[in-house]
Design a protein around this ligand. Structure first.
Ligand code: AMP
Length: 212
């Protein structure tokens, strides 16, 4: 089963992808997490994309596509995977189709103002990539990851100004993919205004309908 979790920044793609990964036993592949790891480790890719990430812009298609191709060729992807944050451009989507046949694209729709609120309150674990929100999904102990005990951080690109910039980039470069996948009959709309469990239930229903 090969899934794409699609939607604007802070729609909850990562949170849902982690839950789906656990339920179906297939890995979550989050391009944002992979890139942040490169930045933290100061790899050549990390050095190249650091500024791009800080500015809320998109990384170069070629680099992102190579990174994904390499990742999906790993043994843990043999039974499928969940793409989170990829594809983000029409070019990425058409390249993806050359090496993978996607079963379903789950498109999370959320009101724009709510997205900024979700971004600004989001906290992530830099060690295990778990995602929290100070109000909507707080950790048991404020500021500490439930799963591994590390100190949570706010992503640099979740500061309000950059969060708004990322929404603009989404509207300009990524949103056109909705029609692209809809025309291929792969898109299912998910109402992202529900809480975490409400969104998850919609996704599971959509997946089980496709895989009957
Ligand atoms: P995310 O964690 O999905 O919000 O991604 C964080 C940042 O990583 C984005 O704002 C982009 O700068 C970069 N990024 C992640 N995925 C992609 C992609 N598929 N194409 C280009 N840039 C990406």
């Amino acid at each position: 089963m090969k899934l794409v979790i699609f939607g604007p920044p802070s729609a909850g793609k990562g949170t849902q992808a982690q839950k789906l990964s656990k339920k179906y036993g297939i890995p979550q592949i989050a391009t944002g997490d992979l890139l942040r790891e490169h930045v933290a480790k100061k790899t050549p890719i990390g050095i190249k994309v650091k500024e791009i990430l800080e500015q809320g812009k998109l990384g170069p298609d070629e680099l992102i596509i190579e990174m994904i191709k390499e990742r999906v060729s790993q043994p843990d992807c043999a039974n499928g995977y969940i793409l989170d944050g990829f594809p983000r451009t029409i070019n990425q989507a058409s390249e993806l189709e050359k090496f993978a046949s996607i079963d379903i694209v789950l498109n999370i729709g959320v009101d724009m103002e709510l997205l900024v609120e979700r971004a600004v309150g989001r906290r992530i674990c830099p060690k295990c990539t778990a995602v929290y929100h100070v109000e909507f999904n707080p950790p048991k102990v404020p500021g500490i990851c439930d799963k591994c005990g590390s100190e949570l951080v706010q992503r640099d690109d979740d500061k309000e100004q950059t969060a708004r910039k990322r929404l603009k980039v989404y509207q300009d470069q990524t949103e056109p993919l909705i029609e692209y996948f809809r025309q291929k009959g792969k898109l299912v709309d998910i109402d992202g205004s529900f809480g975490i469990d409400g969104v998850f239930e919609q996704m599971v229903r959509a997946i089980e309908k496709t895989h009957k």
